[in-house]
Design a protein around this ligand. Structure first.
Ligand SMILES: Nc1ncnc2c1ncn2[C@@H]1O[C@H](COP(=O)(O)OP(=O)(O)O)[C@@H](O)[C@H]1O
Ligand SMILES: [Mg+2]
Length: 249
């Protein structure tokens, strides 16, 4: 479903953020991408909906090459939840932010309104639909941004650090929610326990390259691999801490 072939990307200031990334993600796959700060994770996933266009190499999503001509179709298929919700929410009203994608990508108005209401209610945001996004809590912003992505019913859902501002209850809610989605999913996260619970495959990135890839439990329990790439074992595997987070005595 997604084929990334020798993708490289350099920012205008000369920073080489991606250095020949090759990756295949099957339809219905759930893939985690982990790596230290600056490894290139956000740059990589920002290519999947054409936010960045390939400078070198190619990306094929659902049979379409990501490029200028295919942008509208790509954005109907691929929903990207940005690392920073402020990049997703830019109108004066939560409701309008969720309606933005459907209005611009040609969904019928009544269908868009029904999907928007359903998601805002499901995420506990219906009461705040007229507020400016800036007045929401971090957690509410995250779910509003997710509603703005899911309203398009994307075949592929890409999430960049989705749990970074969620409290434990909302984090748990997100785990339940993504577990019920049919979409092919790609998740970037520092929260290796979140990846453990929501992804069946993991890629490890370092300096713009994919340095390891495999089944989640194998990759995320490989302490030396993680440590060599600036990461630590998931909390659930750290000796002194049990899975409920309490220190063992
Ligand atoms: N807009 C930008 N201009 C220049 N360099 C950037 C920009 N955004 C990110 N970078 C650099 O690109 C590299 C990869 O960044 P990023 O993809 O954000 O990493 P990650 O998401 O893994 O933390 C880093 O060295 C970062 O400093
Ligand atoms: Mg990032």
């Amino acid at each position: 479903m997604i084929t990334i072939d020798h993708l490289s990307f350099t920012y205008p200031d000369g920073t080489k953020a991606l250095n020949g990334v090759t990756l295949h993600i099957p339809t219905g796959g759930t893939t985690g991408i982990v790596g230290a700060n600056g490894a290139g994770k956000s740059t990589l996933v920002s290519h999947l909906n054409g936010w960045f266009l390939p400078q070198k190499g190619s990306i094929i999503v659902d049979g379409m090459a990501v490029g200028k001509k295919s942008l509208d179709d790509i954005r109907k298929s691929v929903g990207l939840l940005f690392q920073n919700p402020d990049d997703q929410l830019f109108t004066a009203r939560v409701y309008d932010d969720v309606m933005f994608g459907p209005s611009n990508l040609g969904m019928k108005r009544n269908e868009a309104e029904a999907a928007t209401e359903r998601l805002l209610r499901e995420f506990g945001l219906w009461e705040v639909r007229d507020k400016p996004p800036a007045h929401l809590s971090h957690g509410q912003k995250r779910f509003a941004a997710l509603a703005a992505v899911l309203v398009m019913n994307p075949k592929v859902l890409v999430m960049d650090e989705p749990t970074s501002d969620l409290d434990p209850r909302n984090r748990r809610k997100l785990i339940g929610l993504v577990g019920n989605l049919q979409a092919t999913r790609i998740t970037v996260s520092h929260d290796l326990d979140f990846i453990w619970e929501t992804c069946s495959e993991v890629c490890v990135m370092n300096e713009g390259r994919i340095v390891a890839q495999g089944e989640t439990k194998t990759v995320l329990s490989n302490r030396s691999l993680l440590e060599n790439n600036g990461l630590e074992l998931p909390l659930r595997l750290q000796d002194q801490i049990s899975t409920d987070g309490r220190i063992r005595t």
